[in-house]
Design a protein around this ligand. Structure first.
Ligand code: BTN
Length: 322
């Protein structure tokens, strides 16, 4: 793919989608002539598309026919979904999403996905290590809820990752940890994913939330404290398959959330699958140890302190305290 296109982002392209699918269905290969006829383009255009796909990592045998030998395991829009804008490398998918929003080049519900990030953003100003092989995505969400309830949004991201991971056969139990992470419960619990929600709008009302999701699919960059799906899955894992599943799951949860009883059901599911053990809550300079017991109606974490009083946590850091 020419570099200007990868910098601008790769959007869904119906013709490329049709070409790839034709070649996947016809594993013996097809002539340029018949591909051109089937998808309604010239033979020259077919050869141009093939050249671009080769630059993205697709492998073809090209003799009398075009034969697809191998597809790269990267989340291109025609592999994972029409609502995807793909980049090879970005500073952060959060920043890229914000930039596209300002330029009017992204719509509500679209995802920005990248293979790597040079300045991946974690919560509370932390860095998110972003080697290739993992999921890095940010989705633009048009929203009209009070600021206090924004805490719900990263919870939806965390639940989407949780449900997606549960579709795999896993060697360990997993738990949601407020506000957004999924943790793997090994002897020493380890983090597999995180979410971040950033707002764009006016005071006390927000127009857009950019929800960023990072999942260690094939690599765990911080060996001691993180773990990947590949480490805990009974089967081999493909990033394309994971991305397809996660995007569908999020779309479904977003629909549930926006329906009448949606939040109530989602909150109950989070409560049933969250880490309910001891936690250390750190809010700026103050910290305390207690037991995570539930999720508040507005998305806060309810913690029982050691003196048996309850505290609702709306911000800060919560660590699993074993
Ligand atoms: C956390 O601190 O747990 C949140 C991590 C969120 C990381 C994701 S990766 C995709 C998106 N782009 C970013 O720069 N950050 C989020």
């Amino acid at each position: 793919m020419d570099s200007s296109k990868t910098q601008r982002g790769i959007y869904f392209d119906e013709k490329v989608y049709n070409l790839i699918n034709l070649l996947k269905e016809n594993s013996d290969g097809m002539s340029g002539e018949s591909i051109a006829q089937k998808i309604g383009v010239t033979r020259a255009y077919v050869s141009k598309m093939i050249k671009n796909l080769k630059n993205l990592g697709y492998k073809f045998e090209i003799r009398k026919k075009y034969k697809l030998l191998e597809s790269p395991d990267i989340p291109l829009p025609w592999e994972v979904g029409k609502n995807v804008i793909f980049f090879e490398s970005v500073d952060s998918t959060q920043l890229k999403c914000q930039e596209l929003l300002k330029k009017g080049k992204i719509e509500n519900g679209q995802w920005v996905l990248a293979i790597t990030q040079s300045q991946g953003r974690g919560r509370l100003g932390r860095r998110w290590e972003s080697p290739p092989g993992n999921f890095y995505g940010s989705v633009l969400l048009k929203i009209d809820i009070p600021l206090k309830e924004i805490t719900k949004i990263p919870l939806l991201g965390g639940l989407s990752v949780f449900r997606t991971l549960k579709l795999y056969s896993l060697k360990y139990d997993i738990k949601l940890k407020w506000p957004n992470d999924v943790w793997v419960i090994t002897d020493k619990p380890k983090k597999i994913s995180g979410c971040i929600a950033e707002l764009y709008g006016e005071l006390d009302r927000t127009d857009f939330v950019i929800l960023g999701v990072g999942v260690n699919v094939k690599n765990s960059p911080l060996q001691d404290i993180s773990i990947s799906l590949t480490d805990i899955s009974e089967q081999s894992v493909s990033l394309i398959d994971f991305t397809q599943k996660l995007l569908k799951t999020f779309e479904y949860i977003w629909m549930e959330f926006n329906m009448g009883e949606g939040w109530g059901k989602i909150r109950a599911e989070i409560e049933n699958n969250m880490w309910r053990g001891r936690v250390k809550v750190s809010k700026g300079h103050s910290e305390f140890v207690g037991t995570a017991v539930g999720i508040g109606k507005d998305g806060s974490l309810i913690v029982q302190r050691e003196d048996a009083s309850y505290e609702e946590v709306y911000y800060g850091d919560v660590f699993i305290w074993t």
